[in-house]
Design a protein around this ligand. Structure first.
Ligand SMILES: NC(=O)c1ccc[n+]([C@@H]2O[C@H](COP(=O)([O-])OP(=O)(O)OC[C@H]3O[C@@H](n4cnc5c(N)ncnc54)[C@H](OP(=O)(O)O)[C@@H]3O)[C@@H](O)[C@H]2O)c1
Length: 333
């Protein structure tokens, strides 16, 4: 089979598609014939050795995928060959076959195609966990989403809207903000892409306050960090919740007195660990997400698809901040 392989950490374009042996499942594993896999920011980091998880070499990145089970291990009882599934694990999706612990898969709903299934688990799973279990988001509250036209940002717009929030989307270009608006954002804020100096930070803060009639925003969903974090925190409402999701810009340091002055909470969100530690709550979250999907309350979509051979290019689009919305790798029909 063919796989996009990382044999040692290095620049994204140093990794290529190679022919490797077909996979054989262990006792508790299944092999999935992958139809599509979602591209996400952890792929940028993992192939360069910059991610918190470092898989054994050689590995294929690609933490989420959809396909059909082609073989099952001797102890696997709950899955059968031919089942259509969504897989979610740290890596392995950018390949014609992926191997999975039987607990790292869930059924692909009948009405969901492989491409949509492949981009569903990581970002929707993270967004609902962040808003439900971590922020306790209430209907009518305001939510600021940063990096809102990214893969995770768009799902955060969908989920926050489905939960009845007022969504303010922030991003670095008008094209990105138009995409956010088309996906349901109520208001948009343009922030500076390259030069986030003190003036631009103040301007960002002021725009958030203006969008909330001076009250400040109730919940902040931040997958970006860097110089965008502090001005956003300065515009949070009394008893607001700041969700620490990721650091595509960089890991910021912030003056902790802001938390005291705002009476707010700064809350870490780690969906991968949540899945391991609270699998039943995660399963309930996905029941709710699939219901939202069936009721058209969330409408996942992929902006671009690429073939397996173009995986490095697709990952580079995210690394270079050029991706607009979510990208998937289409591996077979
Ligand atoms: N905590 C969790 O459980 C969890 C789960 C999933 C993902 N994440 C994290 O969430 C983050 C977003 O993931 P994603 O897949 O949505 O990524 P993505 O599609 O690439 O979107 C990220 C957004 O970050 C913004 N950005 C700001 N500075 C950037 C820079 N220097 N380079 C690239 N992008 C930059 C860009 O928007 P603008 O240009 O508009 O600023 C971009 O659209 C990642 O850090 C990822 O690891 C965390």
């Amino acid at each position: 089979m063919k796989a996009f392989l990382c044999r040692k950490f290095g620049p994204i374009n140093s990794h290529t598609v190679d022919e490797v042996d077909n996979l054989v499942p262990g006792d508790n594993e299944v092999v999935v014939d992958v139809h599509a896999a979602g591209v996400a920011f952890p792929d940028v980091l993992v192939v360069q050795g910059l991610y918190q998880i470092k898989p054994e070499f050689p590995f294929s990145p690609g933490g989420e995928f959809a396909g059909v089970i082609s073989s099952t291990g001797s102890k696997v009882k709950m899955w059968n060959e031919g089942d259509r599934v969504i897989g979610f694990k740290g890596s392995g999706g950018f390949a014609e076959q992926a191997i999975c612990n039987a607990y790292n898969i869930m059924p692909l709903p009948e009405t969901m195609d492989y491409i949509i299934g492949s981009i569903f688990p990581l970002n929707y799973g993270t967004s609902i966990h962040a808003f439900k279990q971590r922020a306790d988001l209430k209907e009518g509250e305001s939510v600021l989403i940063m990096g809102a036209a990214g893969g995770l940002g768009l799902t955060a717009i969908h989920v926050a809207k489905a939960m009845g929030a007022k969504v303010i989307a922030a991003a670095s270009s008008n094209e990105k903000l138009e995409l956010c608006q088309s996906q349901g954002a109520d208001e948009t804020i343009l922030y500076s892409r390259n030069n986030m100096n003190r003036d631009s930070q103040k301007e960002f803060s002021n725009k958030i306050k203006a969008a909330t009639q001076g009250q400040g925003v109730d919940v902040i969903f931040d997958p970006v960090g860097g110089a965008y974090c502090e001005p956003a925190l300065r515009a949070i409402a009394w008893k607001g919740r700041y969700l620490v999701i990721g650091f595509t810009s960089s890991i910021p340091s912030i003056p902790l007195n802001l938390a005291l002055l705002k009476g707010c909470q700064i809350i870490g969100v780690f969906w991968g660990n949540f899945c391991l530690k609270e699998p039943l709550v995660n399963a309930d979250n996905f029941k709710a997400l699939f219901k939202m999907f069936e009721n058209d309350q969330i409408k996942p979509f992929v902006v671009e698809t690429y073939p397996l051979e173009k995986t490095a290019h697709a990952i580079e689009l995210l690394a270079n901040r050029e991706a607009l919305g979510k990208i998937a790798i289409k591996i077979r029909d």
